[in-house]
Design a binder for this molecule. Structure first.
Ligand code: GAP
Length: 447
């Protein structure tokens, strides 16, 4: 983990948030390469969900959430972790994360009884601070999918089974954020709520577990490092009938990467049942436009049903950590040397190709390099970088370390024969490629 954290900082993937003021615990910032990697992961997920399935629609809902939503979803009453205080040094811990019930700071066993600590962040909405002018920062993206259920059904004429996908920030006031970006207070989730006929839920659940395993493998995770964890009944979230967690061997241990839950009709049912609260609010606001049932008509029977929900919910930040961990390698080279290489799947690489002029002061070579960069950039396959440092060896080392699949060197010969030297990150083999063939070459390499 330490090596990964150092690489992330050195090369501009991930920084401690608010570092110049001493940091803000449980928050991280994604730097120039981190934002590319993260966007590529999110875009691979979005393609696999929304673009490859005509019965899945996308959504981007608000983070600020009406407290009624989280009251009726059960989060106000149950979304908490057990917290204890050390009576000796006053440190606070999550009770279920203390081995042998000992304080992790001073080792004392003199701890308070565990008490529930609600993880939701509250914020004030509007200029007047009062008891009822607050909103929550959403603790999961899922609730806004449920509250938009009717909007999506009505506007996109869906019938069962169908899904709504969303990627976005979620916030949890974790008692002990830790392990770099694994457990943080502000993170991103990629969540799908897949609505099915009651009775078809169990089979559908199993098939999503398989699909999700497959997807993570395509992002570069070894199948042998991902384990399935059948969450026991006493650990299930309040809404879940069954949850299967995909556990990954992170540098700090085997931990949850994604949860795939059968949420039954709990959420849609609960938001429907509690319309009386909404009516009350509507009256107060003198706005009668109350919602209606979060249900859908079964086309075969014409009956209204509240569908069951299968929910694959993955953390983007945990995905970044797992993918970086898997890709990070130190390879032995001839002559006792070694190189650090990030063997990312090319579709995830922050930079798809680096164009390196052999001589940084030779205007003809630099101009040709720049033309090649612009031509490849137009392919719209991700970032192509003109790397004009004049040091080919350094350039190769840097791009190995950040996972760039190919480096393209423009030399004196290129000016004569309109070809360039292309070096492959993984094999380190070099070959001569005609400039006119470069677009096809790159597309083949990174797809
Ligand atoms: N909507 C269901 C839900 O939120 P969850 O298991 O609490 O379920 C889903 O969270 C995923 O979100 C987790 O598998 C994990 O990848 C990510 N996640 C949850 N809490 C996190 C945290 N504090 N920091 C980073 N990622 C987190």
């Amino acid at each position: 983990m330490d090596e990964l954290v150092a690489l992330c900082k050195r090369r501009g993937f991930i920084f401690q948030s608010n570092e110049i003021y001493g940091g803000l615990q449980g928050s991280y910032d994604y730097g120039p390469l981190g934002v590319e990697l993260k966007n590529n992961i999110k875009s691979a997920w979005w393609s696999s969900m929304v673009y490859e399935n005509d019965n899945i629609e996308g959504l981007d809902a608000s983070i600020l959430t009406n407290p009624l939503v989280l009251k009726h979803s059960g989060h106000e009453s149950t979304f908490s972790d057990p917290m204890v205080d050390c009576k000796k040094c006053q440190a606070r811990w999550r009770a279920d994360q203390l081995p042998d019930n000992k304080c992790l700071s001073c080792g004392s066993t003199d701890l308070t009884e565990p008490r529930p600590f609600n993880l939701m962040f509250k914020t004030n909405v509007g200029p007047v601070e009062s008891e009822d002018s607050f909103a929550y920062l959403r603790p999961e993206t899922a609730q806004q999918i449920f509250t938009n259920f009717k909007n999506v059904v009505d506007s996109s004429a869906k019938s069962l089974p169908f899904g709504i996908a969303q990627i976005g920030k979620a916030f949890r006031n974790e008692i002990t954020p830790r392990n770099f970006i694994f457990r943080v207070r502000e993170f991103e989730q990629m969540e799908l709520e897949y609505f099915v006929m009651p009775g078809e839920d169990e089979e559908c659940h199993d098939s999503w577990v398989e699909k999700r395993l497959d997807w993570w493998e395509k992002q570069g995770l070894s199948r042998s490092k991902v384990k399935l964890y059948e969450v026991p009944d006493d650990e299930l979230a309040h809404y879940s009938k069954r949850t299967v967690d995909l556990m990954y061997e992170f540098p700090h241990g085997l931990e949850e990467l994604e949860g795939i839950a059968n949420r039954t009709d709990f959420d849609l049912g609960s938001h429907t049942k509690n319309q009386k609260d909404l009516d009350l609010v509507a009256k107060v606001m003198e706005n009668k436009s109350s919602n209606s049932k979060l249900a859908i008509q079964d086309l075969k029977t014409n009956k209204w049903v509240v569908p069951f929900v299968i929910e694959p919910s993955a953390g983007v930040d945990r995905g970044v950590l797992a993918i970086l961990n898997e890709a990070y390698n130190i390879e032995a080279l001839d002559g006792g040397k070694e190189r650090t290489v990030l063997s990312l799947k090319p579709h995830l690489s922050p930079i798809k190709a680096a164009v390196i002029p052999l001589k940084k002061n030779n205007q003809e070579i630099v101009n040709l390099s720049s033309k090649i960069k612009n031509k490849l950039q137009k392919l719209n396959v991700g970032r192509i970088l003109l790397e004009n440092t004049g040091n080919i060896g350094k350039g190769y080392r840097r791009h190995d370390e950040i996972g760039t699949p190919v480096c393209i060197t423009v030399d004196f010969e290129s000016l004569e024969d309109a070809s360039v030297t292309v070096r492959d990150r993984d094999t380190m083999k070099q070959e001569r490629v005609a400039i006119s063939d470069l677009e096809n070459f790159l597309i083949r390499k990174i797809s």
